[in-house]
Design a binder for this molecule. Structure first.
Ligand SMILES: C[C@H](O)[C@H](O)[C@H]1CNC2=NC(N)=NC(=O)C2=N1
Length: 114
């Protein structure tokens, strides 16, 4: 499989496929620092990123926001002092689509560039 972070989100609608358990296991190997969590029956990908202060956490939040706007795929971003929690899922299918894994990989890449 080609590098997830190099891939673009594909258009996604209510009929788009959720990832299967097999795909989930395979995709998780590419984003090992993310955790699949289930909230209100919706599976999501979550990771906490640590920073030295609020300013850096806020700058990272803005950076991820710009990537999200580019792809029209938007995470939940919770910014705290020294920490940003990023959660990806696909609202239109109430679950995980490959797009979420692409965005998680791009989030990791953005952090590694800092
Ligand atoms: C019309 C617009 O592109 C859609 O509502 C997008 C916006 N951003 C989105 N972001 C995420 N994470 N999931 C979606 O289903 C979604 N839908």
């Amino acid at each position: 499989m080609s590098d997830l972070k190099e891939q673009k989100c594909e258009a996604c609608n209510a009929e788009a496929p959720k990832v299967t358990d097999e795909e989930l296991a395979e995709l998780m190997r590419e984003i090992p620092e993310w955790t699949p969590v289930t909230r209100d029956g919706v599976m999501q990908l979550e990771r906490e990123f640590k920073f030295k202060n609020f300013k850096q956490a806020l700058a990272f939040t803005v950076k991820i926001g710009a990537i999200a706007e580019d792809e029209a795929h938007h995470p939940t971003l919770v910014t705290e002092w020294g920490k940003v929690t990023v959660t990806w899922w696909t609202h239109s299918i109430n679950g995980l689509h490959k797009n979420d894994f692409i965005m998680a990989a791009r989030t990791d890449e953005a952090r590694n560039e800092d």
